[in-house]
Design a protein around this ligand. Sequence first.
Ligand code: MSP
Length: 644
Amino acid sequence: MSKECKKAYITTPIYYVNDIPHIGHAYTTIIADMLAIYSRLSGLDTFFLTGTDEHGQKIEQAAKKRGKTPKEYADEISAKFKELWDEFKITYDKFIRTTDEYHIKGVQKAFEKMYQKGDIYKGVYKGHYCIGCETFFTQTQLVDGELCPDCGRETTIVEEESYFFRLSKYQDKLLKWYKENEKCILPKTRRNEVIRFVEEGLEDLSITRTSFDWGIKLPESLNDPKHVIYVWLDALMNYLTALGYGTTEDKLDYWPARVHLIGKDILRFHAIYWPAFLMSLDMPLPKHIATHGWWTRNGEKMSKSKGNVINPKEVADAYGLDNFRYFLIREVPFGGDGDFSQRALIDRINNDLGNDLGNLLNRLIGMSSKYTNQEIDSSNVEEFYKDELEKVNEHIDNLEPLLFDMQLHRYLEELWKPLAIANKAIDKYQPWNLMKEGKTKEVEALLGLIANILAKVAIMLHPVMPTTTKKISEALNFEINKDSFKKYIKEKELLNKFTIKKIPPLFPKIEEKLMPEPQQEQKPKKEQKKKEEKSEGLITIDEFFKVDLRVGKVLEAQEVKKSKKLLLLKVDLGEERPRQIVAGIKEWYKPEDLINSYVCVVANLKPAKLMGLVSEGMLLAAKDEDGLSLIRPEKPKKEGTRIS
Ligand code: MSP
């Protein structure tokens, strides 16, 4: 099949309408947009889907709280998502809502097909249900016998008649799929996680509810009106119904999806349930399920109660949409968690964008008006700057594989290398001196090299910064489109002629934060600030002694089930009974290696609950890029000895 007729179907999760859009939603959508723009540029027939997930108990409750019907409420919030994506110029081809009639029909069709196939049966469900996560958990999955392993909240025992999907039947097939398709779940660490989970055994999945009403009814042929379809079956089906599954079927040739973009919290649904549903429907499986991490703010989890949720529109308004897009993709390795801070964003804008890219363009504009009357002929670039050109081409060639592997921050890192080559070439060849020596041909070739580098970088940066790169292309007088991608990227041709246009600087320097920080982080009041300045962050000895540091001996240690980070310790501090301490050190210490060893403990910390377990102290540790190491007394000291 030629590349031109290949199709690429790219999706975001459909967003719950129980909350307005925040940075997490923007992150997924912007990455999907980047992939879709790239895909179109490279000549693929692309279909990009996003939308909203509108059924379920959570939405029903959120609507009730506001005195609205679920549909009224869903209409309102769904519109907010759509408005934001439109303002953000997201290039989606379709916006699906799970309350759309065609979606409802498609889901019912799928249910019917699975039922007829014998993959759905009726039974009684008794289980622990987390309303917040809309998920049932088995006893073994629960933390502390009753808490939700995902959000830590209490679950309730629910017993109800339910239809079940034979998930267990698909266990081996799923494992085969993961194992035979190395890149089906990206990054690979997530794939391993899923394999381990499935290998532990899959239970059949309850896929209907009778305890509430706001959902899709079963197909009429089943004649069982008190059930509604489980929100995750309903939601996942959007990827097919949007293409006309069960109704018009008009776009089904886009299936299978090239990539489903998701956050790590919804991996299980996408990597286990969804492929099993698809197998049951005899549909091919998606090519990639790409899983990103979570954003925090200034190192803290975002939550409404803390008032530190990042509104993506505010950031884009303050710092520029393209700059925000660049930051989101460049700052964090795809798959890892990321921290949003205005400082980090400002540094990216001033350094990467301002210094490396913006200044290069300014220098080119300046030099071209000084030396070549704003016209640049690149005929001699290869003669004088062959080495530079070869290196640039190598870097450009590296980009597509990085993109396909979802190594998006590395994509940008690699894309910055040609810019470094261009900046270095100016410093090395010093066109102002070449001019003095009368080497005008070399100067023009140098400008041709730089203009070509900027043009190629602009084409490849276009999916990340569509508006800015358009400005660059206007300044250099060329077009960014499928043809230029083919010619100047794939076929490595050089643009022969440039007519340079002066444009205002693309990235004016940002000196200070442009948005207020959340309340609790706002600067202290004047007097307190003065006081703090005086002591310059120093504390008195009395203040130090407020922290009660003690030597402890570890008596018992075990893993906290379902937690990747936590160990549960019993530590003797010479008191009546040992302290229970929950410590985030599982990645670095095995429980058996800790027993009978000495540790340093903050003994007067307010007890806190972690994964439902009370922690009565904190261990001292030091962490750097090589990992974490506990701080211990050099020689054993009596349990409870004060550290000073
Ligand atoms: N409705 C489901 C998805 C159904 S897809 C068939 C859902 N919706 S959601 O609105 O709660 O979340 C949507 C996406 O936002 C998820 O991929 C989630 O990971 C992402 N994020 C929510 N908060 C986030 C951060 N703080 N950081 C990054 N992304 C996070 O789940």
